[in-house]
Design a protein around this ligand. Structure first.
Ligand code: GDD
Ligand code: MN
Length: 363
């Protein structure tokens, strides 16, 4: 391939597994979309038996495309990482081969990188983006997957579509040796491992597949949960969540202890609402203090101690309201066993507290 000017050099990485009928139109449309830019297309194929290899070889005489075949490995995420490691472009683009990522979006995607973004995400969930022909089930699964990432990996919250498979990034923001995706969601890896994260989202419509079939199955959905868990471990978010839960448990102890003190020694009546209110408030304050010092020590950017305490206080009181509401709904409304209703209420309130506090109190 001809030598390329320094600042205009793209490696477009495309994982393939049995995509024979999509390759030619894909390459032609990329060539049209990237006209005027210097780029190479690198197909990373996991030893497809459908003639993908021969088609790419033939196209390589007219287009800047090459193919890397992995003989003994399978998997979209690891194929993409393999491609990143075996290319040199200063900027990397990742997209699917099956034309569900329309190549016509490329100019606006790489345009964001040229405009200064570190990562540009082709997004289904910003205005102007969408999914074509999705069943209600797939929509729900996708929204649920996004919510899980947003809850448990708080730093992905400013990105609407962290599970997209269509994105571009500056190579120097991430060390490929650190990338270790389990399953499909390689963008999540890059977002979590990138040194700087100036992210832009570009809307696109994830169109229906016209040829071949999706390799997404239940296995990948379990892998996704494993992947989230693994990222939480690696990035200290699991430890943070565990600390938050332990602090919450300590608060239950404080709550009961204060209530006992007030009613046994303080002479207050156990049916006195004030005793309960004081016990709740004191446990909120001890929870806050422990969380501020241990759980979110590195995330104290939002206002002063008192302001954070105020935010925490309001969120937790709302949480207590939610817990009571869930209990009432399940126990009184649906007749579910009281202890189970209480337990579910506690879990819902805990997730509420974690979500809102990582979003508002310590962000
Ligand atoms: N090398 C290699 N090895 N490629 C693979 C493998 C594999 O094991 N499995 C799938 N691919 C390739 C496909 O050939 C296709 O080019 C691309 O990866 C996407 O695979 P699909 O099976 O079509 O995935 P999808 O359409 O269900 O999922 C897409 O959308 C998701 C968002 O809903 C992907 O872009 C995902 O990354 C994305 O999260
Ligand atoms: Mn697909």
């Amino acid at each position: 391939m001809a030598s390329v000017p320094e600042n205009n050099n793209y490696s477009i990485i495309i994982p393939t597994y049995h995509e024979r009928d999509n390759i030619s139109p894909l390459i032609e449309r990329i060539a049209d979309a990237m006209a005027g830019r210097d780029y190479e297309i690198v197909i990373v194929d996991d030893n497809s038996r459908d003639g993908t290899y021969d088609i790419v070889k033939k196209l390589s005489s007219s287009y800047p495309v090459r193919i890397i075949v992995r003989e003994n490995e399978r998997g979209l995420g690891s194929a993409v990482v393999h491609g990143i490691k075996n290319t040199q472009g200063k900027r990397v683009v990742v997209m699917d081969a099956d034309l569900q990522h329309p190549p016509e979006v490329l100019p606006s995607l790489v345009g964001k990188i040229e405009g200064g973004a570190d990562i540009a995400v082709g997004s289904r969930y910003v205005p102007g983006g969408g999914c074509e022909g999705w069943s209600r089930t797939r929509k729900i699964i996708s929204a649920g997957a996004g919510a899980i990432a947003h809850i448990f990996l708080p730093s992905t919250r400013n990105i609407k579509d962290p599970m997209s498979g269509f994105f571009a990034f500056r190579r120097d923001i991430v060390d490929p040796e650190k990338l270790n995706p389990i399953g499909y969601k390689i963008l999540l890896e890059i977002l979590m491992e990138a040194k700087s994260r100036n992210v832009a989202e570009v809307p696109f419509t994830f169109v229906s597949r016209s040829a071949g079939e999706s390799k997404l199955n239940a296995r990948q959905q379990i892998d996704y949960l494993k992947h989230i868990f693994d990222l939480m471990k690696r990035k200290g978010e699991l430890l943070r969540f565990i600390r938050f839960c332990l602090v919450g448990a300590s608060g239950v102890g404080v709550n009961i202890g204060v209530f006992a003190l007030l009613t046994r020694l303080g002479g207050m009546n156990e049916s006195d609402f004030l005793a309960l209110a004081i016990a709740i408030e004191i446990s909120i304050i001890t929870n806050f203090t422990l969380n501020d010092f241990f759980t979110f020590r590195d995330r104290r950017s939002s206002g002063c101690f008192l302001l954070r305490l105020l935010k925490f206080n309001v969120i937790c009181l709302a949480g207590a309201g939610i817990q009571t509401g869930v209990y009432a709904l399940l126990y009184h409304g649906l007749g579910i066993y009281d202890l189970l209703s209480d337990f579910i209420g506690i879990i819902v309130a805990m997730i509420w507290n974690y979500l809102l506090n990582t979003w508002i109190t310590w962000h």
